[in-house]
Design a protein around this ligand. Structure first.
Ligand SMILES: NC(=O)c1ccc[n+]([C@@H]2O[C@H](COP(=O)([O-])OP(=O)(O)OC[C@H]3O[C@@H](n4cnc5c(N)ncnc54)[C@H](O)[C@@H]3O)[C@@H](O)[C@H]2O)c1
Length: 253
């Protein structure tokens, strides 16, 4: 049990990569709080895990809203008495050219993907300092190397990478480690949605396979393993890292 006695909050933990992280962390002994807007999906995950004896709850949260964020942090401490791990995983995607964005759309993507990280850390850092905890931000390879027709989402992830490094410096004196993960393609609802928004979805699937040196996108579970590494003592001397989990996609194959 790598996370016995620990308490983790996972934003967007009711689907895709977040759900895989919730399931893996619970299986490693953690108490887990799912911060999710989608209560129906969240209860699908909590019901199953609770039935198997895990301490997992869901708190309805829009991570872009400060009062919601304050509430999920308070609820976590009320239920479990501590916060050891924060995984900022929730995000939204809107693939199109920059000139096609309305101001409100820019704000929405930035609020969900990046302002949320500011809010979640602002309101949990006092608890994380008490436990010398860890923060894992779910970024993207496109925050490191860019991506066609996805400039605003990429900007949020590039901002996340930079903020991760800056915060790693600020919180190191308190023993709080801050890292992020940069996946390439991961087979999840978010990726399926992006594929369907492309001109030729079948070709996109082929291109996706080809862009990874390992010949396929990753699974959510493979990304969750990286999150477990960064959240646990296995990475006790790792901070400020933007870790590609990309099957070699960044090698420019
Ligand atoms: N799937 C990929 O190929 C891929 C690649 C690189 C990075 N990522 C990143 O991985 C993370 C998880 O994405 P996923 O692929 O599992 O997609 P997903 O759509 O399954 O997960 C995103 C989650 O965020 C939640 N969410 C969105 N807006 C929210 C809000 N305002 N408040 C609370 N929750 C909100 C959604 O309900 C959903 O549960 C994201 O940060 C994404 O950018 C995904």
């Amino acid at each position: 049990m790598m996370l016995a006695g620990k308490t983790a909050i996972v934003t967007g933990g009711s689907s895709g990569i977040g759900e895989a992280i919730v399931r893996l962390f619970a299986s490693q002994g953690a108490n887990v709080v799912i911060a999710s807007r989608n209560t129906l999906e969240a209860s699908r995950v909590t019901d199953h895990l609770q039935a198997n004896g895990h301490n997992v709850i869901a708190v309805r949260t829009d991570v872009s809203k400060e009062d919601n964020v304050r509430e999920v942090i308070e609820e976590t401490v009320r239920n479990f008495g501590r916060i050891d791990i924060l995984v900022n995983n929730a995000a939204a995607i809107m693939p199109k050219y920059l000139e096609d964005f309305e101001e409100e759309e820019w704000d929405r993507i930035f609020n969900v993907n990046l302002k949320s990280v500011f809010l979640m850390i602002k309101h949990s850092i006092a608890e994380l300092k008490k436990t010398r905890g860890t923060i894992v931000n779910m970024s993207s390879l496109n925050g490191l190397i860019g991506q066609k027709m996805n400039p605003v989402y990429a900007a949020t992830k590039g901002g996340m990478n930079a903020m991760t490094k800056a915060l790693a410096l600020d919180y190191a004196p308190f023993g709080v480690r801050v890292n992020c993960i940069c996946p390439a393609g991961v087979t999840t609802p978010l990726l399926e949605q992006w594929i369907l928004q492309q001109d030729n979805p079948a070709q996109t699937v082929q291109d996706l396979n080809d862009m990874h040196a390992l010949g396929r996108p990753s699974t959510s579970e493979e990304v969750a393993q990286a999150a477990l590494f960064l959240a646990s003592e296995m990475s006790g001397f790792v901070t400020g890292v933007a870790l590609p989990v990309d099957g070699g996609a960044s090698l420019g194959y």
